[in-house]
Each structure stands twice: as structure tokens, then as C-alpha cells.
Design a protein around this ligand. Structure first.
Ligand SMILES: CSC[C@H]1O[C@H](OP(=O)(O)O)[C@H](O)[C@@H]1O
Length: 355
């Protein structure tokens, strides 16, 4: 399994995704501030991965704390949570994970006579449980979604929703992996996904590790290949799914979804339940991260645009629910049009049975 991140006695170790695909370099965070920098600089990225990273960041910060009283420690946990929550605004998994660690901390405080060492150990256990749960959820997602993919055919994906975006198995790429493990003969078209090139650098690298045939496309090629009948399905990840089923994902996803609809190609979203955000009514309310213009003006440190030209660099876009064929979760497949609302499904703690 690809070691996207892991808890070690020295700290939280990450594969440096800015160095892939040519160099496999690891960095170890020894403070929660290190983890925040690693998330902000996209050394680790991907909604589920940054959520668990933040959880481990809080566990690390508490583990390294020199607080001698619970009130000191509480103030420190509040500060860590604020710093980690400020790293990136779109992926709801980040905030879900930080909230879960805070809920665990508050629960621990209600334990009579709880000691700081006991709290330290319990938060490490909680973060590691989230890590294990992510891998299990991705494998369940894979099992539910595999049947939706062609027995034999070409699947397009956008960005990287793979092992490198999670704790090691992937959401969209997890469904592809599961289908291949079940004998489907699938080859993958990976959008390069400018400007950060998650597809060209990360999806291509990780699928080649699994010997899954992969071809990299420029982001302007999918429409033509769809018109030529060369794509049988599209599957992507998500950073936040609003209560009405609108999906925020890497910029360019909306264009692919509209093209898929136009060509009658199924468009699947694979995401854990922790990506569904009932507090956000519809997609236009999802905060879209605006990243540095340098990511667009430069490639490998070489400037490609004239000095002073205007630059747009939204990191995500929103795909309205009407373009989504189904949302694949660890609890089943939510087939559009949704028979019940996301809220009813979450309340029911169960999803529509897998197709
Ligand atoms: C499994 S969700 C991965 C999701 O996160 C990516 O964004 P980023 O690389 O900026 O963190 C992209 O939206 C992927 O679909």
C-alpha cells in the first residue's frame, strides 16, 4: 500500500507529493505546525488524507505538549484546531476530522481524574482509528462501486482521488482498483489536471504501481475522446458534497461532467460519508480555495506567462447534482435522482442498497 501518511514515534511521516513521480521522498512532521504547513503546501493533499493528517496533527501537538494543567492543554487544543482549520477551506473532511478530535478531547475531559498522559494516548488512538477507518471505508466504497464500472472498457478520471488522496486505497481510484481486482479489464485515462498536475504526476504514478493501464490526457482532450466513443465511464472524487447533492471537486470536474452528460456517459462520484456536508445547502455555498497565481504562471520554476497578466486559479469547482449519475459511498450507492435527501440518508445511517 502507498504510505501516504503514517504515525511514527518520531512524528507523522508523509510521502512528499510535490516530489512525485520522479522522487519518492518522505518528510516527518514533529509538530502540529509542521502538519499545517505540509497540508497548506500540498505535500499531502486530497480530502480524506488532509482530514486524517489534521487529526494526527492534533494528536501530535497534544503528545508534544508541556502543559501541566488541563486548562493549559485545552487552550493549546483550541489553538492547534484553529491553525489546522485555516490551512485549506474546501474539503469538509478537514473540519470533520478536527471536530471529531475535539469531541474526543471533550469526552476525555468528562472522565473523573483523567490525566494528561491518558489524554495523549487516547488522542493518538483516535487519530489512528480514523486512519484505519478511512482505508476500510475506501475498500467498502470499492466493493459497492466496482459493479458500476464496465467489465471491459475505458474510464476517465480527473485529478487524483487515489491512495495519495486518502490513507492508502483511494476513493475513485479505489473503485477502479476494486473493479480490476474483480476481473474487470479497465484502462484509465487520467486528466493531467493543471495547474498542480495531480493526474499527470500522482494518478499516473500510483496506477502504474498497480500495473493498471493508464494514459495521461491534457485537460482539453476529454470531449473529443467522448465524442469518438472512447470513454465508457467517468469516476472522480469529491471535496465536499452539499445537502442537495452538488459536488465540489478539483477544478475542471464540472467541464468533464457536462461533457459526460452530453455524450450519455455515466459520471460517478466516489466519496466517504464524511464528505457529505448537510450544513451546506447547495454547491454555490461551498467555499472555493483560490491558490497562488504562481501555480499557473510557472511550470517547474519556469515562467510561462507575461509579467502582469491576470491569473485565475480556483482550486475547485462545483458540479450540480443533475450531472451526477451516482455517489458511491462506503455505505452504498446513492443513485440519482436521489429517492430521499442526503439528510434523510445520513439520518437513516444507511444508504440506498448498492445497485
Ligand atoms: C479523494 S478526494 C481527492 C480530491 O482532492 C483533490 O484536491 P487537492 O489535490 O487540491 O487536495 C481533488 O479535488 C480530488 O478529487
Amino acid at each position: 500500500m502507498i504510505p501516504t501518511l503514517e504515525w511514527t514515534p518520531e512524528g507523522v511521516r508523509f510521502i512528499d507529493q510535490t516530489k512525485l513521480p520522479l522522487d519518492e521522498i518522505y518528510v516527518t512532521a514533529t509538530s502540529y505546525q509542521d502538519v499545517a504547513t505540509i497540508i497548506r503546501d500540498m505535500i499531502v493533499r486530497g480530502a480524506p488524507a488532509i482530514g486524517v493528517s489534521a487529526a494526527m496533527g492534533i494528536a501530535l501537538g497534544v503528545d508534544r505538549s508541556s502543559a501541566t494543567t488541563l486548562s493549559q492543554l485545552t487552550a493549546e487544543v483550541e489553538e492547534m484546531s484553529k491553525v489546522l482549520a485555516a490551512t485549506r477551506p474546501t474539503a469538509v473532511n478537514l473540519f470533520w476530522a478536527i471536530d471529531r478530535m475535539n469531541e474526543k478531547y471533550k469526552e476525555l475531559l468528562t472522565t473523573p481524574g483523567v490525566t494528561i498522559p491518558e489524554i495523549k494516548a487516547a488522542l493518538i488512538t483516535e487519530a489512528q482509528a480514523m486512519y484505519d477507518a478511512d482505508i476500510e471505508a475506501c475498500k467498502q466504497m470499492g466493493a459497492h462501486g466496482a459493479t458500476l464500472l464496465p467489465e471491459e472498457g475505458t474510464v476517465l478520471t480527473h485529478c487524483n482521488a487515489g491512495a495519495l488522496a486518502t490513507c492508502g486505497y483511494g476513493t475513485a481510484l479505489g473503485v477502479i482498483r476494486a473493479a480490476v481486482e474483480r476481473g474487470h479489464k479497465i484502462d484509465v485515462l487520467a486528466d493531467e489536471t493543471r495547474p498542480y498536475l495531480q493526474g499527470a504526476r500522482l494518478t499516473a504514478w500510483e496506477l502504474m504501481q498497480d500495473n493498471i493501464p493508464t494514459t495521461v490526457l491534457c485537460d482539453n482532450m476529454a470531449g473529443t475522446l467522448m465524442r469518438q466513443g472512447r470513454i465508457q465511464a467517468v469516476i472522480v472524487g469529491a471535496d465536499r458534497i452539499a445537502a442537495n447533492g452538488d459536488v465540489a471537486n478539483k477544478v475542471g470536474t464540472y467541464s468533464v461532467a457536462v461533457l459526460a452528460k452530453e455524450h450519455g456517459i455515466p459520471f460517478y462520484v466516489a466519496a466517504p460519508w464524511s464528505t457529505i456536508d448537510l450544513a451546506t445547502a447547495h454547491g454555490d455555498q461551498i467555499p472555493i480555495e483560490q491558490r497562488s497565481p504562481v501555480e499557473v504562471t510557472h511550470s517547474n520554476g519556469k515562467q510561462m506567462t507575461p509579467h502582469g497578466v491576470g491569473i485565475e486559479n480556483p482550486a475547485f469547482d462545483v458540479t450540480p447534482a443533475k450531472y451526477v449519475t451516482a455517489i458511491i459511498t462506503e455505505r452504498g450507492v446513492l443513485q440519482a435522482p436521489y429517492k430521499v435527501s442526503m439528510k434523510e440518508m445520513l439520518d437513516a445511517e444507511s444508504a440506498v442498497p448498492a445497485v
